[in-house]
Design a protein around this ligand. Sequence first.
Ligand code: NAD
Length: 432
Amino acid sequence: MKIAVAGTGYVGLVTGVCLAEHGHLVTCVDVDEAKVALMQQGVSPIYEEGLSELMNKNRDRLTYTTDYKAAYADKDVIIIGVGTPEKKDGSANLSYVYAVAEQIAHSVTRDCVVVVKSTVPIGTNDKVEALLNAKSDPSIHIHVASNPEFLAQGTAVRDTLHASRIVIGVEEPETGELLKAMYQEFDAPILVTNRKSAEMIKYASNDFLALKISYVNEIALLCELVGADIDDVTRGMGYDSRIGNKFLQAGIGYGGSCFPKDTKALHWLANFHDYEIKTIKAAIEVNENQKLKPIKIARKYFDSLEGLTIAVLGLTFKPGTDDLREAPSLVNIPIMLDDGAHVKAWDPVGMENFKKRALGDITYCDSIESTLDGADVCFIFTEWPEIKNLDVSLFSKEMRQAIIIDGRNCYALARMEQEPVIYHSIGRRTIF
Ligand code: NAD
């Protein structure tokens, strides 16, 4: 099929490249000229395992352009994969989605299917269809389908080629058949439903995962208060197949471009319909508190962080991505800088993006050892394998005083007990 994808972020680019991998001819469109120039040179503008290789392998079937008019003119399917960030009131900002819909309406020269892959509030697909029909040539038939995305950053390529499920929301069977054909080579179960149910499946899934994390984080907090161990507790819970053993990792909260905004958007939508969705509200509150836990622990040792040398290991919101959106590092590091600490940071792929945030004077290090060198306290924000597999004797060897605040429970307590360190983690006893 001839396909265009609007937006070449984590979702749009991975989707486009994976569709090319399965034989489709794909034009990837973005408004960001610098990104498009990089992709035209065969370089991925984002860090995602396996993506560059697939871009290169399928280069004959992939085109990158800012020329949306030409890109949308004659396609079988046009996929909208632009961002839907959070507005100040918590609702989803749909301006990018509607801007693409306008561009499509003014560009198409033949019947086609427009697929909304961006995460959008329930009812948005109807509005996109109305906009397309109102603004395009009346002789052209455009059907709209909801096809939410479930990939996770860090495993996006694998998650797309071997998706847990492909959800297709349509209002007429032939559109469903066309999209089933588009995805026929993908190794995934396909669920066809109506558009509103498809839109709801996305929010209900993401918000359930956010809820699971916040629940575990509250149980971890209780573990600390009563002297239980969250690792053993979640291991014990995970044996129950009704609960499952995934997504039970206690830590300093979820971040990224999805869970924070998708919980707030559903909460906003419920409020809009005069209903307060209490479970999601609680998940949001717990997460906001959890993100600041590292700095709260540090305050137990130091009234002020002024003059301290602080080592920060991990900046991104999770391992496997260069994405910083809603990362706990972004709320904790400014407090350290405000206090007057000297912050040294290391992350295998996130440092360039962190520099762009211009949060203040930070020393970026090229190794974990040099980050720890001379530090008074170390914060761990991301469980990168390099950090998890670290020789933990380095903490006492390199640091001036080895106080470690581990927001991701990277190390076994039994191992840390053998070290001359103070080791704080989440939902576990503190090692002195
Ligand atoms: P992103 O911010 O990484 O990328 C969005 C891209 O769209 C940017 O490159 C931007 O320049 C481009 N863009 C903006 N306006 C455009 C236009 N008019 N035409 C063409 N391109 C345009 O976003 P993302 O993380 O890929 O997320 C996209 C959507 O997918 C969001 O709704 C998000 O909630 C959803 N989603 C994201 C993930 C994830 O893990 N990131 C997972 C599932 C769903």
